[in-house]
Design a protein around this ligand. Structure first.
Ligand code: PLP
Length: 362
């Protein structure tokens, strides 16, 4: 690449790269370990539109109505399809948000460690990114407000539950962040709720009313067990959807995706049971590894930071050699572990007994 006339801000950068390694136990990308039920797959196959010679519905009306219905049922807040926009994964939603509200001469702000794509998509859209370190691994409302006042971002990213640390933000912190952004007379607030279904705090969707600069992004990749289909969405004011329409590619969401996702949303009832199961598996795993002398950070998501390791990269290799892929997110002492099935978590707990030489003590 070095001899190509790349944009200067991309020179020397690495592409997003969770390792894709074919191992028996994959606990590295926070997917739901349970495959969709066979009847859902059959319904998806039956729903695929015969008119693939035609472009899809550019505005994905049916899917947006389905997602609005799902989110309304989940949160108890009535949303119309005009308040929901969908794209190929919430990453594409984030990209459209940055294309519309960021860009050259504008700034996005996020707290680190956080979801690395907030920074990468900012850079990809020519938006300057200000990474503000969390306080240790914690984040409180006053720190968010102070950062907003100092940097006056055009796009403020909050992530709840936060990837990779796992904890949720209380709604009071989102409210305080919103008020601080509005007081700067510029900017929008994006609450990334990719793991919202697992959280024990209410969704920021509760705050949408009368907050036209608040955007809540969601995905079907995690609790919905639909990562392979690539569907994400945002709940926001209809005027924000109008702004996103200015930058989306025409026909960005294929007919195949739209019809498959509309069917999957109709199966959302089964989610509740799986989310309950994954939370129970998570809590049992945390209790088990604590008995074995390890620590876990408090988490409200389907993943957990596990440690403390003297050398997380060496521990990652050791687990990989045992056929278990977890995520080295570049933190001192911690590895991030996605919650899988009970059997997968038992296998990981058993393998950790061979890793005690890598545990930090004292
Ligand atoms: C916090 C967060 N936001 C967004 C995403 C993107 O998800 P997708 O593009 O699959 O919807 C992820 C995926 O890991 C995530 O962790």
């Amino acid at each position: 690449m070095s001899d190509l006339p790349l944009r200067p801000e991309l020179v020397g950068r690495s592409a997003y790269g969770a390792p894709q390694i074919d191992v028996p136990i994959r606990l590295n990308t926070n997917e739901n370990p349970y495959p969709p039920p066979p009847e859902m797959i059959a319904d998806i196959a039956a729903a695929v539109a015969p008119d693939l010679n035609r472009y899809p519905d550019r505005d994905a009306h049916e899917l947006r109505a389905a997602l609005a219905g799902y989110l309304s049922a989940q949160t108890g807040i009535g949303l119309s399809s005009a308040q929901v926009w969908a794209a190929n994964g919430s990453n594409e939603i984030l990209q459209q948000i940055l294309q519309a509200f960021g860009g050259p001469g504008r700034t996005a702000l996020g707290f680190t460690p956080g979801y690395t794509m907030h920074e990468l998509i900012s850079r990809g859209t020519g938006t300057a990114f200000v990474p503000v370190p969390r306080n240790g691994l914690d984040l409180h409302a006053d720190q968010i407000v102070a950062a907003v006042q100092e940097f006056r971002p055009d796009v403020l990213f909050l992530c709840s539950p936060n990837n990779p640390t796992g904890e949720s933000l209380p709604l009071s912190a989102v409210e305080a962040a919103y008020d601080a952004v509005v007081a700067t007379d510029r900017g929008i607030v994006v609450v990334d709720e990719a793991y919202g279904e697992f959280a024990s705090v209410p969704s920021a969707v509760h705050l949408l009313h009368d907050r036209p600069r608040l955007l809540v992004t969601r995905t079907m990749s995690k609790a919905f067990a639909f990562a392979g289909a690539r569907v994400g969405y945002v709940a926001c004011a209809p005027s924000v959807v109008d702004a996103l329409l200015l930058v989306r590619l025409p026909y960005h969401l294929s007919s195949l995706t739209q019809s498959a996702a509309t069917v999957a949303v109709a199966y959302s009832d089964r989610l509740e049971e799986q989310v309950r199961q994954l939370r129970a598996t998570r809590d049992a795993f945390v209790a088990r590894v604590q008995e074995l002398g390890w620590q876990c950070r408090p988490t409200d998501a389907n993943f957990v930071l596990l440690g403390p390791f003297v050398d997380p990269a060496a521990a990652w290799q050791r687990l990989l050699a045992a056929g278990i892929l977890v995520r080295d997110v570049g933190l001192d002492r911690w590895l991030r572990v996605t919650i899988g099935t009970d059997d997968q978590m038992a296998a990981l707990a058993a393998e950790l007994t061979h890793c005690t030489d890598l545990r930090e003590t004292g």
